[in-house]
Ligand binder design. Structure first.
Ligand SMILES: *Cc1c(COP(=O)(O)O)cnc(C)c1O
Length: 389
């Protein structure tokens, strides 16, 4: 049996053709396809503006900078996320703190957020930015978080790296209805891919302009934005310290081609979810729950062990499944566990739900090309693994 990864990309001949066409054209980077890709993603997400960048980590970085994040200010995010959700704050010299997760959705817990905000107000340590992460592609409770942002005066960046194509309260994730900026990732394991790539969306023209400038060295070529009249067509101004975070036209062509299959990708992911729900019911597992308010992009299918000793059983089940070619994974190690983050002195006991999650969670395979027969194989192996513990 071929090993089954937890996720993988799907590339068609059309994708290949789209990339080859750009390779034969005049522009390899920042040509016409970037604009088309941005417009298509903005339209699909119902956001006004989109900025394509080299990856989602870069998108998070320029999102923080465009919101004016300063050294010494504070950013809060979920500890159960990829390190990039927190690193973006450190790039800006800001501090990071975490809000414990909800035991059902595994997203940032709104009640914990509220409690932490109340005490942060008393100690004068309120966050400047909160970065909710839509874990596995299921939206956080954005309406509640947005209400809190007005009360406590913080900005919101949605880390929707897992969530393109998903919905929340009738709106596509990415619409920024309840946030300042939303970020997507196009890494190959994510929902659609450009190889490496990311996008930042916003409805705010000023934030958009700032992110466009930060993406390309802080340089503008727009006469209207310049400090003096341009001296010729060759004129440009560097107005701040920016980066080279550009996506290429080659990548954008792949992304645009992939985007045409986004709905089909999610449909297949939900079919797989339905198979798992049927075949894994009645076992000592907590399966993901989905509420009627949202449509998950189902980037991950996370199961949690509900056996007698989940802490030891999870590692045994994990090991067994890997030995059988089922390449389960763990998303994620709480960020405050990372050696680099230890210097900041987080107390693990402040995050009991994240600690529990870290003990008993596991991501099992889900991706569009996963066949029904493979889903059945995965379930069979999980049953055997659970019977052995
Ligand atoms: C993948 C991921 C990122 C980073 O995305 P890149 O495009 O690889 O930079 C950030 N946040 C989360 C939650 C992710 O899963």
């Amino acid at each position: 049996m071929q090993p089954i990864p937890y996720g993988r990309q799907s590339i068609t001949q059309e994708d290949v053709n789209a990339v080859v066409e750009v390779l034969k054209s005049d522009f390899l980077t920042q040509g016409p396809v970037i604009g088309k890709f941005e417009a298509a993603i903005a339209q699909k997400s119902q956001a006004k503006y989109a900025v394509a960048v080299s990856n989602a980590t870069a998108a998070l970085h320029i999102a923080c900078l465009s919101l004016g994040l300063q050294p010494g200010e504070i950013v809060w995010t979920s500890p159960i996320s990829f390190v990039a959700s927190a690193n973006c704050a450190l790039y800006c010299g800001a501090e990071v703190d975490f809000v414990d997760i909800d035991p059902v959705s595994y997203n940032i817990s709104v009640s914990n957020l509220k409690k932490k905000l109340e005490s942060a107000r008393l100690s004068n340590k309120l966050p400047r930015i909160v970065i909710p992460v839509h874990l596995a592609g299921t939206s956080c409770d954005m309406k509640a978080i947005s209400d809190l942002s007005r009360e406590y005066g913080f900005k919101i960046i949605e880390d929707a790296s897992h969530a393109i194509g998903g919905q929340y309260l009738e709106n596509p994730i990415g619409s920024c209805k309840y946030s300042d900026i939303t970020v997507f990732s196009f890494h190959p394991v994510k929902i659609i891919t450009t190889g490496e790539g990311g996008m930042a969306l916003t409805n705010d023209a000023e934030l958009f302009q700032r992110m466009v400038r930060l993406r390309s060295h802080g340089i503008t070529r727009e006469p209207a934005e310049m400090s003096e009249p341009p001296r010729g067509d060759w004129f440009y101004e560097q107005q701040q310290l920016g980066f080279n975070y550009r996506l290429t036209d080659i990548q954008a062509a792949l992304g645009l081609s992939q985007l045409s299959r986004l709905d089909a990708f999610l449909k297949r992911r939900h079919e797989i979810r339905n198979l798992y729900e049927t075949m894994l019911s009645g076992l000592d597992l907590q399966l993901p729950t989905f509420d009627a308010n949202s449509y998950s992009a189902l980037h991950l299918y996370i199961i949690r062990l509900r056996t007698k000793n989940p802490e030891t059983d999870r590692d045994r089940v994990f090991k067994y499944l890997r030995s059988q070619g089922i390449l389960v994974n763990l998303h994620y190690i709480p960020i405050y566990h990372q050696p680099y983050y230890r210097q900041f002195g987080y107390n693990h006991e402040d995050f009991p739900e994240s600690e529990r999650y870290y003990q008993d969670a596991m991501s099992i395979p889900i991706f569009p090309l996963l066949g029904d027969d493979q889903v059945a194989q995965v379930c069979e192996k999980i049953k055997i693994a659970l019977a052995r513990v």
